[in-house]
Design a protein around this ligand. Sequence first.
Ligand SMILES: N[C@@H](CCC(=O)N[C@@H](CS)C(=O)NCC(=O)O)C(=O)O
Length: 211
Amino acid sequence: MKLYTYFRSSAAYRARIALNLEGLAPEMIPVHLQKEGGLNRKPAYRAGNPQMRLPALELDSGEVLIQSLAIIEYLDELHPQPPLLPRDPLARAKVRALAQVIACDIHPLNNTAPLRYLKHQLGQEQAKIDAWYHHWILEGFDALEALLGPGPYAFGSEVTLADVCLVPQVANARRFKVPLDKFPKIVAADAACNKLAAFEKARPENQPDAE
Ligand SMILES: N[C@@H](CCC(=O)N[C@@H](CS)C(=O)NCC(=O)O)C(=O)O
């Protein structure tokens, strides 16, 4: 397998964590999202992933999977130990909801493409773009903080898909200096996860393409 990744991509970071948790070590293929306007937009990458985003997982069959949550659930179904989703349907729905607060409602608004659009097409100055970025993280984290359980992880005593999404989003928040003091449960779940090797190995600064 090959994972198309970029050290700073938080969606690729999710996939890296899940692969590590499942004990899988695909070949890492870095795709630079800034160089030459984004190497993800070149025909070579677009041929495998018409959406031109990261991550993509190329299977040994040559099939290419896109969308981090779809990739992670695929891996989880093939490698059920450790499970990233609980067996109980109610618990599964709750874990997916936590993951989707991040992956569907926070992250898409703060992604490279909409931020570039705000800057270049809508002519917004950097201070306004930073305010936008902070706003959507703070609003989403308010909800997550209220939804999170007692820990140590986002959904209790086991690592789940919720943690796989939470840790990269917290890393983004820190990178863009979003204050986290209002979110003790989020900070504690992030800290608990980062003690685990699978999370540590997936960190942006530990990637071969880190700058
Ligand atoms: N919902 C997608 C989001 C993928 C995504 O937007 N990835 C970003 C990096 S975190 C990307 O490739 N951006 C490049 C671009 O928009 O040009 C997923 O979960 O995989």
